[in-house]
Design a protein around this ligand. Structure first.
Ligand code: DIG
Ligand code: MN
Ligand code: MN
Length: 387
């Protein structure tokens, strides 16, 4: 296997990922900025299928309409030349000082209104370029002090904006699906809708919950100390995994947005195995960037490394599924003892009676150990390449 990316892998990158110039809170840029057209060609050279953008990654916030037209024309030409597609778009509601206290949840009603207007225009731009998923990452929606906002009121403001924008999208005849991207903190001290769980609960309160799902990111759930796969699996099980941001992260650090699989290879393996086992067919978006230490060749190595690691882990997942010893253990741990009362598949008074009258040998149940050390060791040996 050559681990070369193919269109059917649906690997995508944001313009801001391979366009990251290496600025950080303690240092100036180290790489020269590239135009969207240059970035499209770079991604095509690396083997990506698609490219995503925030509105202002493509069209500067103060561009004239003539400039916008030219920029979009050049971008679309690059897309048709390279064959790259735009599966997702999103809005930058975090860079401009106007959003320093949030966008949809700002205490300033003018900012809230401007944020909705800006998002309407960004949705138009995204659809114009072919986007089918629209991501909302509320990077500035939060607080440093809880004296400043009533968190319940803030959730109401967030809901009002999402409901309005969902109706706007439908009124325009767009077939967009919205995907909320949670993050616990950074750049705000605390960010609303902090995890996948918060977002899934919030979605149930919207006017059109079916139109809205989640875009979980590895680094963000990891920053919250959570098991990323468990959040993804719950979203999938609820048919809410509309998009996914793949990268990597060391727990307890700032949002590192590392190359996929470069920190927690075991977590990456189980994530790839899950996505492949369930047949996830959405974009595999690498929301990450190259180390600040690297120049342009490093950016390409970063992008190729994300995709190559995914494909290597995909092959290891297939090996795990085909491994006889592993599958025998999986069979064993999921075996069902004979003679149990049949209570599952929906309640009935007879089932309740049967279950309440059944006598369990608690000591025997408690004495049963599981072969998880073996199963985990064999899994590690697949990951380490000796099985
Ligand atoms: C950061 O993790 C966020 C923003 O880059 C963007 O809004 C979103 C899209 O993947 N991820
Ligand atoms: Mn991130
Ligand atoms: Mn992200």
């Amino acid at each position: 296997m050559d681990y070369a990316p193919r269109p059917q892998d649906k690997f995508t990158f944001g313009l801001w990922t391979v366009g990251n110039v290496g600025r950080d809170p303690f240092g100036e840029p180290v790489r020269k900025p590239k135009t969207p057209v240059e970035l499209v060609h770079l991604l095509a050279e690396c083997g990506a299928w698609g490219v995503n953008f925030h509105d202002n990654d493509l069209v500067p916030i103060d561009a004239t309409s003539a400039e916008r037209t030219q920029i979009v024309r050049d971008f679309k030409n690059a897309l048709s030349t390279t064959g790259l597609v735009v599966p997702m778009a999103t809005t930058n509601l975090f860079t401009d000082p106007a959003f320093r206290d949030g966008a949809f949840t700002s205490n300033d009603a003018a900012v809230r209104a401007y944020a909705v207007q800006k998002t309407m225009r960004a949705i138009d731009l995204g659809v114009e370029c072919g986007a089918e998923v629209y991501v909302f990452w509320g990077g500035r929606e939060g607080t440093e002090s809880d004296a400043t906002k009533n968190p319940a009121e803030s959730i109401k403001r967030f809901r009002e904006a999402i409901n309005f924008l969902a109706s706007y999208s439908k009124s325009q005849g767009y077939k967009l699906r919205f995907a909320l991207e949670p993050k616990p903190n950074e750049p705000r001290g605390d960010i609303f809708l902090a995890t996948v769980g918060h977002a899934l609960a919030f979605i149930t309160t919207l006017d059109d919950p079916d139109m809205v799902g989640v875009n979980p990111e590895v680094a963000h759930e990891t920053m919250a100390g959570l098991n990323f796969l468990h959040g993804v699996a719950q979203a999938w099980e609820m048919n809410k995994l509309f998009h996914i941001d793949l990268n990597d992260q060391v727990i307890g650090r700032y949002d590192q947005d590392f190359r996929f699989g470069s920190s927690n290879i075991k977590g990456a393996f189980h994530l790839v195995k899950f996505l492949e086992d369930v047949g996830y067919n959405g974009s595999k978006h690498f929301d990450a960037h190259a180390f600040r230490t690297d120049n342009d060749e490093g950016v390409k190595a970063f992008a190729k490394g994300c995709m190559r690691t995914y494909l290597i882990l995909k092959e290891k997942a297939a090996r795990w599924n085909a491994d006889k010893n592993i599958q025998a253990l999986v069979q064993q741990v999921n075996s069902i003892a004979p003679g149990l009362p049949a209570w599952q598949g929906g309640f009935s008074p007879d089932k309740a009676k049967l279950l309440s009258n059944h006598s369990f040998d608690r000591a025997a149940i408690g004495s049963k150990g599981q072969p998880y050390e073996q199963l985990d060791q064999l899994t590690m040996e697949v990951i380490m390449g000796v099985r």
